[in-house]
Design a protein around this ligand. Structure first.
Ligand SMILES: Nc1ncnc2c1ncn2[C@@H]1O[C@H](COP(=O)(O)OP(=O)(O)OP(=O)(O)O)[C@@H](O)[C@H]1O
Ligand SMILES: [Mg+2]
Length: 366
């Protein structure tokens, strides 16, 4: 029931403006793929091109053995779920779910069976006779998903389907969606700019930026081995710390980083992998890989200018002697408060290097 989807050399222009430039990738049957990227990067446009709601400027889209982009939307065997649900207000939940199937002249008995099954799966059997106005936001969202399910598509396309929900409901619906994917095993493409959604739902994430694919990978790949400074800075909260490097030195094959005002830092990055070690570099290190330690073990010291308590952990915004800010991580119950002097040490295995073009280099043992 699920399909492989392939995007081949796809380009999208609106008038003279190129939104997506010659992008290619493929999605496996039953895979859950998330398109992630900043606002305006073309995530919705790409999804709408797969659904047939937007024309393509160049390239091809394939589903299994068939060319998809030449087919009208109704013949593509995909169901799209929108952010605003797009339910018919004058129809009951049941009629909303049946509408698309009636349109394609599906047998009434088949429609009834499918609605019953979908309603049970989504735990909304008791809502079938209500109208959308009598439902909560989360319930409406479930109807929109139910309407997609009854069509038994080969692929589901979701465009930020959770963004109108409050935080708690969003979290719950996210888990429901993950479970739904396990049950129906259909191919799913999900657009979001919420990184938590992307990290928790995706088998693979496609990071889009500036008309191109920045990286395709599993959530852990994207998080631990970001392909570029853009991905490193975009994924993760708080954003990764970036610090400019004065010089690099080869030590036993690895790379030691010299930074003004800090002790030398021996990373796990293979020096031989750096095409131009004399060039301009920055290191990147996440807050969770910067710990508060005794002065003798530290690389740098500074003064806490702001404490952000998140419950299970506490973020420290530490001002270094030259005014730069480094975000460090400590436990939730930490007594450290603003104006405290702290000494910091970085986890050497988790240090990334970025060259002037934003290309990333990672430690070997990560
Ligand atoms: N019909 C249109 N005509 C002209 N430009 C458009 C049209 N639709 C979208 N765009 C432009 O194309 C770009 C991509 O839009 P798109 O809606 O795909 O972004 P997005 O990644 O989904 O953003 P968001 O996260 O804000 O939803 C934007 O710069 C947008 O202004
Ligand atoms: Mg969008």
């Amino acid at each position: 029931m699920s399909a492989a989807i392939e995007i081949r050399n796809l380009t999208k222009r609106f008038n003279d403006l190129t939104i997506l430039d010659d992008i290619s990738f493929s999605i496996d049957p039953s895979e859950f793929v998330v398109f992630l990227g900043p606002s305006g990067c073309g995530k919705s446009t790409l999804l709408r091109m797969i659904a047939g709601l937007e024309s393509i400027s160049d390239g091809e889209i394939w589903m299994d053995q068939d060319r998809l982009d030449v087919l009208p939307p109704g013949k593509r065997n995909v169901s799209m779920v929108f952010q605003n649900y797009a339910l018919y207000p004058h129809m009951t939940v049941e009629d909303n779910m049946a509408f698309g199937l009636k349109n394609i002249k599906t047998e009434p008995a088949v429609i009834a069976t499918r609605i019953k099954k979908a309603a049970e799966m989504l735990e909304m059997t008791h809502l079938l006779k209500r109208k959308p106005a009598e439902l909560s936001g989360g319930q409406r969202q479930r109807v929109a998903i139910g309407r997609a399910i009854v069509r038994e598509p080969k692929a589901f396309l979701f465009d930020e389907p959770l963004s109108n929900l409050d935080a708690a409901l969003r979290g719950r619906t996210r888990i429901e969606l993950a479970q739904l994917h396990q049950r129906v095993k259909a191919t799913m493409i999900f657009v979001t700019h919420d990184q938590v959604e992307a990290m928790t739902l995706a088998d693979r994430i496609v990071v889009l930026n500036n008309t191109k694919i920045e990286q395709i990978g599993t959530p852990i790949d994207i998080y631990q081995r970001p392909a570029s400074k853009f991905v490193a800075g975009f994924v993760g909260t708080p954003a990764m710390n970036f610090i400019s490097v004065a010089s690099l030195e080869r030590t036993q094959g690895a790379t030691t980083v010299h930074i003004d005002g800090m002790k030398p830092i021996k990373t796990h990055i293979n020096y031989e992998h750096l095409p131009d070690p004399a060039g301009t570099f920055e290191i990147g290190v996440r807050a969770e890989d910067v710990d508060v330690v005794h002065e003798s073990e530290s690389e740098v010291s500074g003064t806490v200018s702001f404490v952000e308590r998140l419950g299970e952990r506490t973020l420290l915004y530490v001002k270094l002697a030259d005014g730069r800010m480094l975000i460090a991580n400590t436990d939730g119950k930490s007594p450290i408060c603003a104006q405290t002097k702290v000494h910091l040490r970085m986890n050497k295995a988790a240090i990334h290097l970025f060259d002037a073009k934003g290309r990333a280099y990672h430690g070997e043992a990560q």
